[in-house]
Design a protein around this ligand. Structure first.
Ligand code: ADP
Ligand code: UDP
Length: 237
């Protein structure tokens, strides 16, 4: 697989074309950002840890029947993926209240959300990723109706699979963000699933093990990601 041109450099990953027009290379960098890119730091080993973490989760999801873009790991910080026509929305499911829902709705952090909530956000840093609904997605043509339904269906299926997986390692899946795209007419899970894009708490102590450690300046960010991985049986060597 030959790496060609940089197509896009995001806040945490860079995307490259390859000699196969249907495949891209994702490079997981050490850059870590929060608050729409206002806080940015380089964290040693984070690119490698997230690349391996993502591969592990994507393979679990694929095995459980979720169509994903993941193909294979190419190096410590690079993975080969299907090139998707990305839908510019973020799908967020919450099992426990934390983060923006507490600020927006005044609910206390740690409150159980039963049934879990689902929210769409527009992927647009300049507008600070505003919350949107299905009518916005239809009106502005961000995704067709069938894909809107499928995004909700797949995002909830991912919840069932991953809540159980993290619980097997003694952790609560508090919330997470997914991005989807279209590949040859099919809706496919894209981007990444790592502790950068979800909240994970120890089930007994409710210690935060995810990117909130970075947002809140708690330290041991990558170390915590590795602890999560080890608890699920991942190997980062
Ligand atoms: P951001 O764009 O939010 O700063 P990243 O640094 O993670 O995020 O950049 C990765 C970019 O690659 C994102 O814009 C994401 O939507 C896009 N992307 C992820 N997976 C794929 C894929 N399979 N095909 C095309 N684009 C993808
Ligand atoms: N999230 C993300 N990227 C974003 C916005 C949110 O990965 O651009 C994730 C975030 O890590 C959390 C979930 O989506 O796991 C819900 O985030 P929230 O709306 O609470 O926003 P936050 O307060 O984290 O900015």
């Amino acid at each position: 697989m030959e790496k060609r041109n940089e197509l896009y450099a995001g806040k945490a990953k860079s995307v490259y074309t390859t000699d196969d027009e249907d495949r891209l290379i994702l490079l997981f960098r050490n850059d870590t950002s929060a608050f729409d890119g206002q806080k940015i730091e380089q964290l040693d080993r984070k690119g490698m840890v997230n690349n391996k973490f993502n591969a592990f989760i994507m393979e679990k999801l694929e095995a459980a029947g979720i169509p994903t873009h993941f193909d294979r790991i190419l190096s410590d910080q690079e993975s080969l993926v299907k090139k998707l026509d990305m839908i510019p929305v973020e799908c967020v499911v919450r099992n426990i209240a934390a983060g923006s829902i507490c600020r927006r709705l005044g609910v206390p952090e740690s409150m159980d959300l039963n049934p879990p909530t689902f929210e769409f956000f527009l992927k647009n840093d300049e507008l600070h990723d505003p919350m949107i609904n299905e009518y916005h997605i239809r009106t502005f043509g961000w995704a067709e109706d069938v894909y809107i339904e499928r995004m909700k269906e797949l995002t909830f299926q991912v919840n069932d699979i991953l809540k159980e997986l993290f619980m097997s390692g003694g952790m609560l899946l508090v919330d997470y963000k997914l991005e989807f795209g279209v590949y040859k007419g099919e809706l496919v899970l894209g981007d990444e699933f790592t502790p950068d894009g979800c909240r994970l708490w120890d089930k007994d102590t409710r210690e935060k093990l995810d990117k909130d450690r970075f947002r809140q300046g708690m330290g041991n960010v990558v170390e915590s990601y590795e602890i999560v991985g080890h608890r699920l049986g991942m190997n980062f060597d």
